[in-house]
Design a protein around this ligand. Structure first.
Ligand code: DAH
Length: 348
């Protein structure tokens, strides 16, 4: 290879490098010059054919052109890689000062929130939180609660029966009382609440739902009196509706308690003055309660001469509607987020 040929080759290399636009076209040059069949590689292999005395000079020239190429190649490669990286970074740049997209987050169902509030209070007083089956036996839902077959008070609870008359969707959470007593075997005291779903054959409207929630409570011990019941209920309603809430007991009837009471609380809105929430009575009914009927204790294995107890059952939906000013019970069971946005305004 003479000097002219060397210069021509360098020129070609220069021209080729001028046309390189990106890493891909740069790599095409590497192939053109340095691959197995590349121009420089071929020049190198031709050294065999060169007469011995010219070999040294020829080899130097080939090396020179190879370094010439390599230097250009490396320096352009570095530049192009830097440019590519900068472009990528520019594309991926995040402007942290831009306002973010607002994501709709869920909010807890306020019925659950209210139940948790009651649970928290009663757990702190040593109560257990129990669960019971929603598909319940007639025996627990009625018979062992002093409601034998044919008892007129059964009619008050329009019950969903399943396959046969022995199996039903529980119409109240009171059967969990029976289960709790049986589990303790008549020898241990009990302090429990069992919030849960209940079912009755009601037509669904703003104040009725075929499915609703109750918060049941049961205490069985020695020397339990009505004032223990009142003190406990008082604490619960004060926690939910404020310390100035007054609890009032009215005589009532439940087959599983004797005496039985209806629990009223002073209206938290008008403070007893009379308004649309309390229908001008100043009081709102929130629960049924009473002293556990001796026969109920006995059927569940507790000796009524030794043990006494109290029980209560709050309507949880009603409590939540009152507390949060909701006038349609159906929103609690609605999964449409547009409807349940009512819950969002309830502060954490
Ligand atoms: N189970 C009753 C109902 O659904 C409510 C109730 C009343 C529960 C008195 C009780 C109680 O535990 O002692 O109407």
């Amino acid at each position: 290879m003479d000097v002219l040929a060397l210069q021509a080759l360098k020129k070609e290399i220069n021209k080729d490098f001028d046309n390189v636009k990106d890493l891909k076209t740069l790599d095409e040059l590497r192939v053109k010059y340095l691959s197995k069949k590349g121009i420089i590689t071929e020049l190198n292999s031709k050294i065999k054919e060169i007469p011995n005395e010219e070999k040294k000079d020829y080899g130097m020239k080939v090396n020179e052109v190879r370094s010439y190429f390599n230097d250009k190649y490396e320096s352009l490669k570095t530049t192009l890689e830097k440019e590519a990286l900068e472009m990528k970074l520019a594309k991926e740049k995040i402007d942290l000062t831009l306002p973010s997209v607002k994501f709709k987050t869920g909010s807890p169902n306020i019925l659950e929130k209210l139940i948790e509030e009651v649970e928290e209070l009663l757990i702190s007083m040593g109560y257990d939180v129990l669960d019971g089956p929603e598909v319940e036996e007639d025996k627990y839902n009625f018979e062992m609660l002093n409601l034998p077959k044919g008892h007129p008070a059964r009619d008050a609870q329009d019950t969903f029966y399943l396959e046969n008359e022995e199996l039903l969707l529980r119409s109240q959470t009171s059967p969990v009382q029976v289960r709790a007593m049986l589990a303790k075997g008549g020898v241990e005291p009990i302090r429990m609440i069992c919030p849960g779903k209940t079912y009755r054959r009601d037509d669904d409207d703003a104040t009725h739902s075929h499915q609703f929630m109750q918060i049941e409570g049961l205490v069985v011990d020695k020397n339990i009196s009505l004032s223990d019941l009142k003190g406990t209920i008082d604490l619960i309603v004060k926690r939910l509706f404020g310390d100035d809430t007054i609890t009032r007991f009215r005589p009532s009837y439940y087959p599983f308690t004797e005496p039985s009471v209806e629990v009223d609380i002073s209206c938290f809105k008008c403070k007893g003055e009379g308004c649309n929430i309390c229908k001008n009575t100043g009081f709102i009914t929130v629960a049924g309660a009473g002293i556990v009927h001796p026969h109920v204790l006995e059927m569940a294995g507790y000796d009524p001469k030794e043990w006494t107890g109290f029980a209560f059952g709050f309507g949880a939906d009603r409590l939540a509607m009152l507390k949060y000013g909701i006038n349609d019970v159906r929103v609690f069971y609605n999964t449409d987020l547009r409807e349940t946005k009512e819950f969002d305004r309830v502060e954490e």
